[in-house]
Write a protein that binds this ligand. Structure first.
Ligand SMILES: [Zn+2]
Length: 424
C-alpha cells in the first residue's frame, strides 16, 4: 500500500515542507541529486530513542546482570556518552537529532515556542525522515517526541510526546489515547490508525502525566504505586505497538521512542536524605522505581532486537541523562517543579551545561566496532542524522552541523561500503 502511494506521498511531503519551511523546500532538489545509487542494497537501520537514559543508573544494573539485552548490544557494539545541547529537553534535543541543526535555527527551542506547544509546523529545517523519504528509503517512526502532527513520509509515522488531545493545555505534558487526539493527525497514513487500534488497542501516545502535589497529599503511597502501575501498562502497550509495526510494516529506516524513563526519574529518582527536595513520604517509598524503568526497558529492547538481524544497524540513544537537583542551584526556577509546575520534582536534565547530563549512545552493525567504549564526547546529537544518511550513501545537507561518526567504525572502510559488505 505504501509503495503504491509513494508518488503521492512524496508530492505531499514536498508541499507540506514548502508550506511549513522555505528552507526545507529549497533543499529538495539537492537531496534528490544525492540519492543513493540504486545498484547498492539498502541497509536496514533501527534507532531506539530513550528519553533520558542515565548512565549513573544503568551502570549498576548492567553489573548486576539486570539488563541482559543492553549488555548484548554493548558486547557487540560501540557505546558511550552522547554530547547533548545546553539545558536539554526532549523536543529541543530530538529535533536537533532529526535535523542536525541548533534549536535557534530549526525552530524548536523547547516545549513551548512563542507560548504554543512545539509542533511539526514550526520546523524550519528539514528532518532526517524527510530526506530519507525523498531518497526512496522507507521510513517507519513511532512515539518519537515532537513529531505531532505527523507529516507524510515514505512509510508510516505515529507521533509521540507533545501530541495534543483531551486535557492537553499548552505547556502541560499529557498522555492522550489515540482516540483522544485533537488538533492534527497522530498517525500517517490515516488508514493505519484503525489497523493499529484493532491490533494494539486504543493506546496512549505518550507516558502518563505526573501527579500533582495536591493529588499526592495524604495518600502518597497509593498515588505513587497506582501511577507506576499505569507506567507499566503504557510500556506494555508500546511494546505491543513496536512489535506489531516491526512485524507487519518493516521499513528500511525505523525510529522508535520511549518516554517513561525520564518521567519517573523527575520525581522518583532514588535520592538520599541529604539531597535537595528529599521528602520521605514520597522518596522513601519506592527507591526501586527508577532503576526498575531500565529493567523494564531492557525487556522492550529484547522484543525490538528480535526483529533486528546481524546485517542491520541498530542504535540506542538518549537525548540527555537526568541528575538530582543541586543545593547551589536552588534559585533555578525549574528546580522544584516539572513542566506542569505542580509535581514536586527532585531530579532534572535542563542544567545549563549539557555535559553534566549527557545522553547515552549504543551502536552495532556491520563494520561497527565491538565492545568498544567511546571516551569523552566524540559523538554528539548533531552527528546522528549525518551518520544515518551516510549509511544509505546520502550526503548530509549543507546546513547540518554534525559529522559522520568515524570513530565507531572499524578500519578505514567508509560506512556506506561497510553496509554493502554486510549484505548477504
Ligand atoms: Zn528528554
Amino acid at each position: 500500500m505504501f509503495l503504491v502511494r509513494k508518488s503521492l506521498i512524496l508530492m505531499g511531503l514536498v508541499c507540506a515542507l514548502a508550506l511549513t519551511s522555505g528552507v526545507a523546500a529549497q533543499t529538495a532538489s539537492e537531496t534528490a541529486a544525492q540519492a543513493a545509487p540504486s545498484t547498492r542494497p539498502k541497509p536496514r537501520v533501527f534507532v531506539l530513542g530513550v528519553n533520558g537514559m542515565e548512565w549513573d543508573i544503568i551502570r549498576p544494573l548492567l553489573l548486576q546482570g539486570k539488563m541482559p539485552n543492553l549488555a548484548r548490544v554493548i558486547k557487540n557494539g560501540t557505546y558511550g556518552k552522547l554530547r547533548t545541547l545546553a539545558a536539554p529537553n526532549c523536543p529541543k534535543v530530538y529535533t536537533a537529532i532529526e535535523t542536525s541543526t541548533p534549536p535557534e535555527e530549526n525552530g524548536i527551542t523547547g516545549f513551548l515556542v512563542g507560548g504554543i506547544t512545539a509542533n511539526t509546523h514550526m520546523l524550519k529545517r528539514e528532518p532526517l525522515w524527510s530526506v530519507l523519504s525523498k531518497n526512496k528509503i522507507s521510513v517507519g517512526m513511532a512515539n518519537v517526541p515532537a513529531t505531532f502532527p505527523v507529516l507524510p513520509v515514505n512509510g508510516y509515522m505515529v507521533s509521540g510526546m507533545l501530541t495534543r488531545g483531551k486535557e492537553c493545555e499548552d505547556g502541560v505534558l499529557c498522555s492522550p489515547k489515540l482516540s483522544e487526539v485533537e488538533g492534527g493527525d497522530a498517525v500517517y497514513p490515516t488508514s493505519l490508525a484503525s489497523e493499529l487500534t484493532t491490533a494494539v488497542g486504543d493506546f496512549n501516545i505518550d507516558c502518563s502525566r505526573m501527579p500533582s502535589a495536591e493529588d499526592l497529599k495524604g495518600k502518597e503511597a497509593q498515588v505513587v504505586n497506582d501511577w507506576l502501575a499505569e507506567v507499566d501498562r503504557i510500556r506494555a502497550q508500546q511494546t505491543k505497538l513496536f512489535d506489531y509495526l516491526l512485524a507487519h510494516h518493516p521499513t528500511d529506516f525505523t525510529f522508535l521512542g520511549q518516554s517513561c524513563e525520564d518521567r519517573v526519574g523527575h520525581w522518583l529518582y532514588p535520592i538520599q536524605p541529604f539531597h535537595q527536595g528529599y521528602n520521605p513520604k514520597i522518596n522513601g517509598l519506592r527507591p526501586d522505581a527508577f532503576p526498575q524503568q531500565y529493567v523494564a526497558f531492557d525487556k522492550l529492547l529484547g522484543v525490538v532486537l528480535s526483529h533486528v538481524d546481524e546485517n542491520s544497524y541498530f542504535f540506542i540513544l538518549s537525548d540527555h541523562g537526568i541528575k538530582p537537583l543541586r543545593e547551589f542551584e536552588e534559585t533555578d526556577p525549574h528546580a522544584h517543579m516539572d513542566h506542569e509546575k505542580t509535581t514536586p520534582v527532585i531530579a532534572k536534565h535542563d542544567f545549563g551545561d549539557g555535559d553534566d547530563v549527557p545522553g547515552s549512545f549504543f551502536a552495532m552493525g556491520p563494520g561497527i566496532k565491538k565492545n568498544y567504549r567511546l571516551m569523552g564526547f566524540p559523538v554528539s546529537v548533531y552527528d546522528v542524522a549525518p551518520t544515518i544518511l551516510h549509511l544509505y550513501g546520502i550526503a548530509a545537507l549543507p546546513q547540518m552541523r554534525g559529522q559522520v561518526m568515524a570513530e565507531i567504525f572499524d578500519g578505514k572502510n567508509p560506512p556506506a561500503t561497510v553496509a554493502q559488505k554486510g549484505e548477504k
